[in-house]
Design a protein around this ligand. Structure first.
Ligand SMILES: Cc1cc2nc3c(=O)[nH]c(=O)nc-3n(C[C@H](O)[C@H](O)[C@H](O)COP(=O)(O)OP(=O)(O)OC[C@H]3O[C@@H](n4cnc5c(N)ncnc54)[C@H](O)[C@@H]3O)c2cc1C
Ligand SMILES: *[C@@H]1O[C@H](CO)[C@@H](O)[C@H](O)[C@H]1NC(C)=O
Ligand SMILES: *[C@@H]1O[C@H](CO)[C@@H](O)[C@H](O)[C@H]1NC(C)=O
Ligand SMILES: *[C@@H]1O[C@H](CO)[C@@H](O)[C@H](O)[C@H]1NC(C)=O
Ligand SMILES: *[C@@H]1O[C@H](CO)[C@@H](O)[C@H](O)[C@H]1NC(C)=O
Ligand SMILES: *[C@@H]1O[C@H](CO)[C@@H](O)[C@H](O)[C@H]1NC(C)=O
Ligand SMILES: *[C@@H]1O[C@H](CO)[C@@H](O)[C@H](O)[C@H]1NC(C)=O
Ligand SMILES: *[C@@H]1O[C@H](CO)[C@@H](O)[C@H](O)[C@H]1NC(C)=O
Length: 533
């Protein structure tokens, strides 16, 4: 039934259209620089933040925010120009000059795009790197904050924690993720069962459109404001800042991390977790990470389930609650720590609890590896024999550094309507899986081997996860789901990945795209296409 509804509404859009850029493609940076010098409002200052391959720091700036080593090699196409604006007012001239010279724009905030789309393109392009547009102002009385798009979520958490122990923001775990990309794709972390996604708590934005106009919520209108809160910012323009409603948390929260191997009943616990975690009170999150390890002295392989938990309250109440809802896990008081919210953010960011929260503000990631990821939504518990097959795949050689992360939904996530923002994965989902494979060997051959492994895992999972569509999370971008051909936008192609990421919200995104960027200037391999009549 669902298939026919979707394909019916899409039939309407099944046209292949040719988008014409209207300008000759520029093969070097000189015309762009000439244009900038004519159009930049503060034209002397803008050249302090413009880098071409002739500038000695071009490469180090390009590479500084690359998080996936797959896209850090010399075979990855590089921009003709990188601009690192320090003022919002410097951006309109960049948009204008890129258009005039037939160059694409790739906006980069934190650089965490899984497929490198914020800094690599097959056509001549300029990177607008917002690393120095990262101011954060927190208003404790109003419980709001303005955060510029180039800031990281770690910088945001740190800044909030300096002002208050009981204010927080519900966004991702990894502190180096940028708010520009993260919020425009949804954004979730340890507070999602209590407060939903980052975008559920965004109340205003500053945005630059294809004509170089600077807009806010009022001047962009509610449709565009809806679209950039989860529809992927890169399809619409450039977000320069977000206004957030901060949320309140207790001064003391409780965390634990517990490991269980197969010998300690991991399979049974994971099976049970599916029934427990999505139905716990909103104040509890128990997330699950699954890896394969070589255990003990014998070095025998086993599966390790790590349960990472946040409770918005004291340890006593938490232990009582766990005794009732998940006694099999056997959580002891010694497993738990009472900390502040910002310390819990350090913990979920992979830092030891004791370190100074200041490390959250660092843009240097803890690790940098090659990786490929995919996502799935689980709507019915996976049977135990289903897990056995996953374990078999994890025992393979390529899975040395593979990981499955299960994030429980329910709570606030099931209260928000599917169409409130473009992110549609709400009621009806028990949990989300992120499938990840990391490696540290360079070269195409290694890359193919590991990517092939995760594709096999993804095929294996098909019977156990959401269907029609097999949903996915846009922030875990996966070009295997389909790409737009350059200079050739086909709705048949775009709707494949579009409906997986956005379900029934895809058509509305297309409508908004058509209105705000009909010439499809802001585009990438998975940008929302406009439609033409
Ligand atoms: C180590 C790691 C941990 C992660 N953890 C989480 C997590 O806990 N929760 C979660 O939800 N996600 C997580 N993610 C995914 C993350 O949310 C996405 O990769 C997100 O898009 C990254 O945003 P960015 O600004 O860092 O990335 P970028 O690569 O800079 O941007 C990503 C996309 O957004 C576009 N974009 C960036 N800035 C702007 C802007 N200002 N205006 C318009 N378009 C823009 C880019 O062009 C690109 O298409 C993680 C990713 C990594 C690599
Ligand atoms: C030019 O730069 C100055 C300071 O760097 C700034 O205050 C001013 O607003 C800018 N003017 C324009 C038109 O962008
Ligand atoms: C990079 O080179 C260009 C042209 O050679 C120059 O105008 C610009 O100021 C240089 N950028 C920096 C940051 O020095
Ligand atoms: C950059 O270097 C190239 C060749 O080395 C040269 O042709 C070009 O004019 C230089 N660009 C600028 C802006 O100096
Ligand atoms: C960002 O700003 C700082 C401080 O003004 C400066 O030192 C740094 O070079 C800038 N970085 C980039 C990439 O422009
Ligand atoms: C769980 O196991 C991992 C991997 O062996 C280890 O790094 C971590 O410290 C363990 N955590 C606990 C709480 O024992
Ligand atoms: C595993 O489960 C069995 C049967 O339910 C139970 O007897 C045993 O104590 C459990 N083992 C551990 C390590 O919890
Ligand atoms: C558009 O895409 C189709 C199908 O992928 C391809 O056959 C065709 O050559 C493309 N056209 C252009 C102009 O790129």
């Amino acid at each position: 039934m669902e298939i026919s509804r979707i394909s019916h509404s899409l039939l309407f859009f099944f046209l292949v259209v040719i988008s014409c850029s209207g300008h000759a493609l520029s093969q070097d940076h000189r015309d762009f620089l000439r244009c900038l010098s004519l159009n930049a409002q503060n034209n002397s200052e803008i050249f302090e933040v413009v880098y071409t391959p002739n500038n000695s720091s071009y490469l180090s700036i390009l590479q500084s925010s690359i998080r996936n080593l797959r896209f850090a090699s010399s075979s990855t196409p590089r921009p003709l120009v990188i601009v690192t604006p320090v003022l919002e007012t410097q951006i309109p001239a960049i948009v204008l000059c890129a258009r005039e010279n037939g160059m694409q724009i790739r906006t980069r905030s934190g650089g965490h795009d899984y497929e490198g789309l914020s800094y690599a393109s097959q056509v001549p392009f300029v990177v607008i790197d917002l690393i120095n547009l990262s101011e954060i102002t927190v208003d404790v009385d109003q419980k709001t904050a303005w955060v510029q798009a180039g800031a990281t979520i770690g910088q945001l958490y740190y800044k909030i924690s300096q002002k208050s122990r009981t204010l927080a923001f519900p966004a991702g775990a990894c502190p180096t993720v940028g708010v520009g990309g993260h919020f425009s794709g949804g954004g979730y972390g340890a507070l999602l069962r209590k407060y939903g996604l980052a975008v559920d708590n965004i109340v205003d934005a500053r945005f630059i459109n294809v004509n170089g106009r600077v807009l806010d919520r009022k001047s962009m209108g509610e449709e565009l404001f809806w679209a950039i809160r989860g529809g992927g910012g890169a399809s619409f323009g450039i977000i320069t800042a977000w206004k957030l409603n901060l949320v309140t948390v207790p001064g003391t929260v409780t965390i634990f991390s517990i490991n269980r191997t197969l010998e300690q009943n991991a399979t049974e616990l994971i099976y049970k977790w599916q029934y427990v975690a999505p139905n716990l009170p909103k104040d509890v999150l128990i997330a699950l990470s699954i890896t394969r390890i070589n255990s003990g002295k014998t070095g025998e392989k086993t599966i390790l389930a790590t349960f990472n938990s946040l409770f918005l309250g004291h340890v006593d109440r938490f232990l009582e609650l766990l005794k009732q809802s998940f006694p099999e896990l056997g959580v002891q008081r010694e497993d738990c720590s009472e900390v502040t919210w910002v310390q819990s953010a350090l913990f979920f960011g992979g830092y030891p609890i004791g370190v100074s929260p200041e490390v959250l503000a660092s843009r240097v990631p803890l690790t940098r590896l090659y990786f490929k990821a995919k996502s799935d939504y689980v709507q019915e518990p996976i049977p135990e024999h289903g897990f056995q097959g996953i374990w078999n795949l994890l025992y393979e050689k390529e899975a040395d550094m593979a990981q499955l992360i299960f994030s429980p939904y329910g709570g606030r996530m099931k209260e928000v309507s599917e169409s409130a923002v473009p992110f549609p994965h709400r009621a009806g989902n028990l949990y989300k899986i992120q499938h990840l494979v990391y490696w540290d060997e360079p070269g195409m051959e290694a890359s193919e081997r590991y990517i092939n492994w995760i594709r096999r895992l993804y095929s294996y999972m098909a019977p156990y996860v959401s269907k029609f569509p097999r949903s996915a999370y846009i922030n875990y971008r996966d070009l295997d789901l389909g790409i737009n051909n350059e200079g050739n936008t086909s709705f048949a192609q775009a709707s494949i990945w579009g409906i997986k990421y956005f379900n029934n919200n895809f058509n509305r995104l297309v409508r908004i795209k058509t209105e705000v960027d009909p010439s499809n200037f802001f585009r990438n391999e998975q940008s929302i296409p406009p439609f033409y009549f």
